[in-house]
Structure formats: C-alpha cells, structure tokens
Design a protein around this ligand. Structure first.
Ligand code: SAM
Length: 297
C-alpha cells in the first residue's frame, strides 16, 4: 500500500525553494511530498515534518533511506506550528506545505474507522493511539444531542438528510451502543438508503466526512495554522495548501484574500490549481484536490 502524493510537483514548485531554506511539511503522511523535496534538494534545505499520526515518521524514514537529508519529525498538530518551531529554536521558515485530510494508509490499513467500506472501531482520530481526552466519532454518535449531531452532519458533510440520520442514530443507540463503522453504516442505510438509490454516491459518504472533520476539529485547526503559519513565515516565504473539499478550500481562499487585502501577501494563482487529466487517471484520490499558493511580502 503506497500513498501517491497529490499535485506533488505543482505544490513543491509553488514553494519556490532555494538552498538553505527551512520548509515545514505540516502533513507528512506517507512522506511523499517530503521525499520529493529531499530528492530535489538533498540536505541543502531543512525539512520539518509534522503529523499527528506517529506512523508518518517511520514511513518517511523508510522512503528517505540513505538519501542525504536534513529532516526532523515532530509528532504534533500543524495548528501548533509556532510551538514546534519554538522548541526547535527556529524563528521563522521559508515555506509551509499542507496536504490536508487523511492518507491512503489511514483510510485503508490504520483500522481506525475512516472507511465505511471496512468494519472497524469507530474512532476516526488522526492520532494513532487516542487517549481518554481525545474526542472520537464513537463518542459523538453515542453521547451528543440529536440536534448537535444533525448540525455537524449538515455543516461538515453538506448532507441534506442530516436530521433523518441524526434521529435514527439517537433511536438506535438507545437499543445498543454504536461501536463500529458497520453499525453506523447500517443506521444510515436504514435512515436514508432509499433516497440514495440510483445515485453514484454511497449514503454514508457525507456523514463519514462530517464525523471525521468534527472528531479532529479539522476546520478550526486549518484556520489556526493559516494564521499562525503566516506569522512564522519569513518575508518572501511561501505557503502551498492542497485541500480536498469545498469547506476547506473556502477557508484557505478567505484567509489568503484577507492577507492580500491587508497588503501582507501576494496570491500567486488567482484560480486554484487542479490535477491534470493524467493525474486524475493515475490517482483517482486527486479528484477533488485544489492547490492555492501564497507569498508573504
Ligand atoms: C493527505 S495526508 C498527507 C500525505 C503526504 N503529503 C504524502 O504525500 O505522503 C494528510 C496527513 O496529515 C495528517 N494530519 C491531518 N491533520 C493534521 C494536523 N492537524 N496536524 C498534523 N497532521 C495532520 C494526517 O494524519 C495525514 O497523515
């Protein structure tokens, strides 16, 4: 199982890397983007790789092998970029790359309930080993109010049958705790399967997206990293952000326009860069990807 990096060359070219640069890969994942930067620049640049999922470290180190590199890993959220850099005694950086969402490993093999096609515990945490304090999808569906569940399914999943699904979730959990992905898929099928007959989208797609976003506070973390990350950038530094759905892209676009209007940044591509037909063919996961690039001035 490999994770094919999306918009790899476009996102790295967009960082306009020079020898001596320090670059943060805020979503290390399978190390695909980082390894490409290392292949291009070896140890003439420093890369700081962040991921909440500790497995990202070993996957990347295997890729790097003996290739000369200056790579440091931090098992942290990108929303804490400022603290990570302070700990490393780094004042500011030349580039920040984010390739949002989950990796193919997390979807296919992590066993944490990201896929509605596999029967797994309903965790959906980016972290490999969530602690008691970490929110899980299981906690959301078993303990939150019906209205709050409906609100996230609607707000983060853009699911128009959110109320019907939330109602069924609350009815079902009175009978038996919802423990696995397949428990939840059955509930969604029972609630709205009929409305999805003949459509190409699985009835659980939007609810699963919503629960993942809520479990990991994905949208607020993105807002935070855009703000803190920009403050950590040197003048002339670049941000390269790949998003996978309209909610994320809207946040990136808004933040970039705000910075431009304040005269603090230049938007490099007015329209987001999207995968070529060839990339779409060879990597269907790139389907909804959008890349936005910014330069601090
Ligand atoms: C799409 S994958 C990145 C893949 C990587 N660019 C590659 O080519 O191999 C996204 C990664 O970001 C991580 N991630 C998601 N949210 C995060 C956050 N707030 N902070 C740090 N890492 C996060 C996920 O655990 C996942 O490994």
């Amino acid at each position: 199982m490999t994770h094919i990096p999306v918009l790899r060359d476009e996102s790295i070219d967009g960082l306009a890397i020079k020898k001596g640069d320090i670059v943060v890969d805020g979503t290390l994942g399978g190390g695909g983007h980082t390894f490409e930067m290392i292949k291009r620049y070896n140890d003439s640049i420093k890369i700081i790789g962040l991921d909440l999922d500790i497995d990202a470290k070993s996957r990347t180190e295997i890729l790097i092998g003996d290739t000369p590199s200056d790579f440091v890993f931090a098992n942290s959220g990108f929303q804490d970029i400022d603290k990570v850099l302070t700990d490393l005694k780094i004042e500011n950086v030349d580039g920040i790359l984010l390739d949002l969402g989950i990796s193919s490993f997390q979807l296919e093999v992590a066993g944490r309930g990201f896929s509605f096609l596999k029967d797994e515990p309903l965790l959906m945490t980016m972290k490999k080993e969530p602690t008691e304090e970490d929110l899980t999808a299981k906690e959301i569906v078993n303990t939150w109010d019906e209205e709050n569940i409906a609100d996230i399914i609607y707000g983060f999943g853009e699911e128009k049958y959110s109320r019907k699904i939330a109602k069924k979730i609350v009815e079902s959990r009175k009978e038996k705790e919802i423990e696995t992905t397949f428990d939840l898929v059955k509930i969604i099928q029972d609630a709205v399967g009929g409305y999805y007959k003949g459509l190409r989208i699985h009835p659980a797609t939007r609810t699963f997206q919503a629960l993942r976003i809520a479990t990991n506070s994905e949208l607020s973390n993105l807002e935070e990293v855009l703000d803190k990350g920009f403050n950590c950038l040197k003048k002339g530094g670049h941000m390269s952000i790949i998003s996978f759905h309209s909610l994320e892209d809207r946040i990136v676009k808004r933040a970039f326009v705000g910075l431009k209007e304040k005269g603090l940044a230049k938007i490099i591509n007015k329209k987001p860069i999207i995968p070529t037909a060839e990339e779409l063919r060879s990597n269907p996961r790139s389907r909804s990807a959008k890349l936005r690039l910014l330069e601090k001035i």
